[in-house]
Design a protein around this ligand. Structure first.
Ligand code: T5A
Ligand code: NA
Length: 205
């Protein structure tokens, strides 16, 4: 048995970080081992460049910033794999699906956007927190960062929906509902995986 790799995706302000933190606590409280990752991880050298870009304090060419987001996942991939080998559940707040969705929504071809992430660990479950851009905009803090604009979020949502149509371990969650209800729906999917999963870790895409 190895740990399960669980990715939480969704539009900006859909509640990913709130729900990922709640799941983290809940798994820990159940006595199981769990590791939390978040992308972008703004603490690394690459992450600091991404942070400056997102806060519009630095300009970067579209391909270049995309490759930095991917490099940020690659630099942490060995830690993700080790945690899974150690039997820990890995929760990941955003991953390569965000990478491909956001950059392709700027107009770059989707196959190109997916290419730098080929070979990264593939999740056993993706929980996609779906919310309308209107509802997301009503939540705190929206509009402060580069991509938090209505038209951009609408395009991103369409690309995310395309991943869902590809099949795979993709579960859509209505994130416009009250916080506790969303948590319960997510726990229903996550709970059965925290004792570990059988089989080799797969690779993207
Ligand atoms: N990006 C990311 C790329 O372009 N390429 C990539 O490869 C990657 C990985 C930053 C940006 O980077 C882009 C995508 C993003 O535009 P980020 O650091 O994850 O990504 O962004 P954050 O600003 O940290 O997070 P989000 O804006 O995405 O918000 P969350 O985590 O979805 O939402 P959360 O939990 O912070 O909640 C937002 C607010 O809503 C409330 C919360 O209390 C909070 O105030 N809330 C609810 N209110 C009512 N009902 C509910 N059910 C609620 N759930 C949460
Ligand atoms: Na977040």
């Amino acid at each position: 048995m190895r740990g399960a790799f669980i990715v939480i995706e969704g539009l900006d302000r859909s509640g990913k970080s709130t729900q990922t933190n709640l799941l983290h606590e809940r798994i820990r409280a159940s006595g199981r081992q769990v590791e939390l990752f978040k992308f972008p991880d703004r603490t690394t050298t690459i992450g600091q460049m991404i942070d400056a870009y997102l806060r519009s304090q630095a300009e970067l060419e579209d391909h270049a910033i995309h490759l930095l987001f991917s490099a940020n996942r690659w630099e942490l991939a060995p830690r993700i794999e080790q945690s899974l080998k150690d039997g820990k559940t890995v929760l990941c707040d955003r991953y390569a699906f965000s990478g491909a969705s956001f950059t392709s929504s700027k107009g770059l071809p989707l196959p190109w956007c997916k290419s730098p992430d080929v070979g990264l660990p593939a999740p056993d479950l993706v929980l996609f927190l779906d919310i309308t851009p209107e509802k997301a905009a009503e939540r705190g803090g929206y509009g402060e960062e580069r991509y938090e604009k209505r038209e951009m979020q609408e395009r991103v949502r369409e690309v995310f929906k395309g991943f869902q149509d590809e099949g795979g371990p993709w579960v859509e969650v209505d994130a416009g509902r009250p916080l506790e209800e969303v948590t319960e729906v997510m726990w229903g999917k996550v709970g059965p995986l925290v004792k570990g999963v059988e089989g080799e870790l797969k690779r993207l895409w």
